[in-house]
Ligand binder design. Structure first.
Ligand code: ARG
Length: 229
């Protein structure tokens, strides 16, 4: 080439928290999943590249606001509290909470009563649900272990260190397919996932919303849903 425009595509850094299959998880040392493909598809539509940073879920919002990355794509539920400190795109996925127990256990919903051990991922809506709903000592007298990842929480369930894990339905389903655990209850919380940018980053928010729209209209969203679910 004698000349080129010389303009390299912009690269945005995306914070995620792998261990949330099929949205983001590590396979053969690489972060893969629906959110990863979705961000890449949006980048292709909007002319930017993406690179991913994998950290604990509860560090994502502080990291975003500290400028450690530009976008959060982590199956993150749009909540009022979070929307006070970051800006969310239009929703791209709906979910509820679910309860996982060991396949061979006698527990079902009963795991939420009495003296049981529950596990959650720190800072998730599952963590909040347990905190808000299992307060009454006449009903739940057990304890709650907080993990950095659901991989560890489910591992502890399999190893019989805890009796139940509370987490998002699509992820509970995936763990149940791949581990000796089963989903015994769905808690209808009506959550919607959004991508997040730092509070007031309207320019990037608009790119993401436009990109989401394009990914939907081109049929690519359906392809990604088919691929991962
Ligand atoms: N949807 C839940 C929340 O926003 C859980 C998200 C967990 N995501 C993850 N990548 N580990 O709190």
């Amino acid at each position: 080439l004698l000349f080129s425009t010389g303009l390299a595509a912009e690269t945005y850094t995306v914070g995620t928290s792998a261990g949330f299959p099929p949205f983001e998880y590590v396979e053969d040392g690489e972060i893969v999943g629906f959110d990863i493909d979705l961000m890449e598809a949006i980048g292709e539509e909007q002319g930017f590249e993406v690179e991913f940073v994998d950290i604990s879920f509860d560090s994502l919002i502080p990291g975003l606001n500290a400028g450690q990355f530009d976008i959060v794509a982590a199956g993150m539920t749009i909540t009022e509290e979070r929307a006070e400190v970051v800006d969310f795109t239009d929703p791209y996925f709906s979910a509820n909470q679910a309860v996982l127990v060991r396949e061979d256990s006698e527990d079902d919903l009963t795991v939420l009563y009495g003296d049981n051990k529950l596990a959650v991922q720190t800072g998730t809506t599952g963590d909040l649900w347990v905190e808000e709903n299992l307060q009454d000592p006449e009903i739940f007298t057990g304890d709650v272990t907080h993990f950095d990842t659901f991989v560890m929480a489910v591992q502890d369930l399999v190893n019989e260190n805890v009796d139940g894990v509370v987490l998002d339905t699509p992820v509970a389903q995936r763990y149940a397919e791949e581990n000796p655990v089963e989903m015994v209850a769905e808690i209808i919380t009506g959550e919607e996932y959004g991508l997040a940018v730092a509070d007031g980053n309207t320019e990037l928010l608009e790119k993401l919303n436009e990109g989401l729209e394009q990914v939907r209209e081109s049929g690519r969203m359906d392809e990604l849903l088919d691929k991962h679910f």
